[in-house]
Design a protein around this ligand. Structure first.
Ligand code: NDP
Length: 324
């Protein structure tokens, strides 16, 4: 038995229940891990509210965590008892212990502690594919990043800066602007009060950004489109303010033959070589301290409701971890 946070229905933070669950023995291809730290992600909110379907209920939420391998099935060869591991994205992370397909686990080097591992896997692998695959950022590119002080936002900002881009970060407050600049943003824009497209054009000498990485969704979608230069890339990868319900394809033409994509992490980690590529690109930059994973909030796992409330109320910055 172990404690886990589960939901029996979709809804607000009140549906998150801290309860006993049965873990059981690993099947031949599974490992059982004792989890020490769990990453909180905005996708957990989408699962809780039903914006993203989650399958049969009751279920545990959460998609990333770190811990120690306690037991392995007879066919498992990639990890052994005692290994420190992390994973993402695999549903069911809000738990003290869990079973998981061993093929989804990544070993953590000694230089990366469990909390950092839990804080970085989903957000950092997302940054990795966005910045290397969706649009491969080049030195000198003006890059626009929405919610730049957030979990994914801070990693993206640091990574873009490392690649030599001119990084323009949009944030919701002066306090978060300071955080975003310390994460590598050359310029910050307060998107609640400033005209984003006008500011981006000023910063880029009238040309516009090459790419907008937009995790805010509905509230910033048009500002992102208007901030791009001809042939720019509109990368809509999240819905913190609500989903973008309608795209008029003519809007892409009128702004100069823009490219539009709505990517997600799942197909980018579908195979083991893909998972290795994303995780190792991230681990090497974190281990070398090129990218710092900033954990600004910690909660005991049983206080999960407060963690969700704070994330949704925009009271968080950087990564948040839940401690078992
Ligand atoms: P964040 O830490 O970025 O938190 C969300 C931030 O969004 C807030 O802090 C806030 O920053 C900003 N925001 C703007 N408008 C709103 C609003 N109306 N309500 C709440 N927040 C708002 O979260 P994560 O790092 O966990 O995730 C960032 C985004 O990336 C999410 O949208 C998530 O869905 C997406 N994502 C997408 C993936 C993919 O593969 N497609 C994978 C992983 C994450 P501020 O106060 O500065 O405005």
């Amino acid at each position: 038995m172990a404690k886990a946070v589960r939901i029996h229905q979709i809804g607000g933070p009140e549906v998150l229940q801290w309860e006993e669950t049965e873990i059981g023995k690993p099947s031949p291809e599974e490992a059982r891990i004792k989890q020490t730290a769990i990453g909180l992600n905005y996708i957990d909110v989408y699962h809780r509210t039903g914006l993203y379907p989650i399958g049969d209920l009751p279920t545990s939420l959460g998609t990333e965590a770190a811990g120690v391998v306690e037991e392995v099935g007879e066919k498992v060869t990639n990890v052994a008892v005692g290994d420190r591991v992390a994973y993402a994205p695999v549903i069911g992370a809000y738990a003290e212990s869990r079973l998981i397909l061993a093929d989804k686990l990544v070993k953590l080097p000694d230089s990366i502690n469990d909390q950092t591992g839990a804080a970085m896997m989903l957000k950092g692998m997302t940054a990795s594919y966005l910045i290397r695959k969706t649009y491969a950022v080049q030195a000198g590119d003006p890059v626009l990043i929405m919610a730049a002080a957030g979990g994914v936002g801070q990693i993206l900002s640091q990574w873009a800066k490392h690649l030599g881009a001119t990084v323009i970060g949009c944030v919701g407050s002066e306090e978060k602007a300071i955080i975003a600049r310390s994460a590598g943003c050359d310029y910050t824009i307060l998107y609640n009060t400033e005209d984003v497209a006008t500011r981006v054009k000023e910063i880029t000498g009238g040309e516009g950004a090459v790419v907008s990485y937009d995790s805010v969704g509905e509230a910033t979608f048009l500002a992102s489109l208007d901030s791009l230069r001809p042939f720019g890339y509109m990368v809509s990868y999240g819905n913190a303010s609500g989903p973008v319900e309608a795209l008029k394809v003519a809007d892409l033409a009128s702004r100069g033959s823009l490219f539009f994509t709505r990517p997600s992490l799942m197909p980018h980690t579908a195979t083991r070589p893909q998972l290795d590529d994303l995780s190792q690109s991230l681990i090497s930059l974190v281990a070398s301290k090129t990218i710092t994973i900033t954990i600004n909030q910690r909660y005991d796992l049983e206080n999960i409701r407060q963690a969700h409330e704070d994330l949704e109320a925009r009271r968080t910055s950087g990564s948040t971890v839940l401690i078992t």
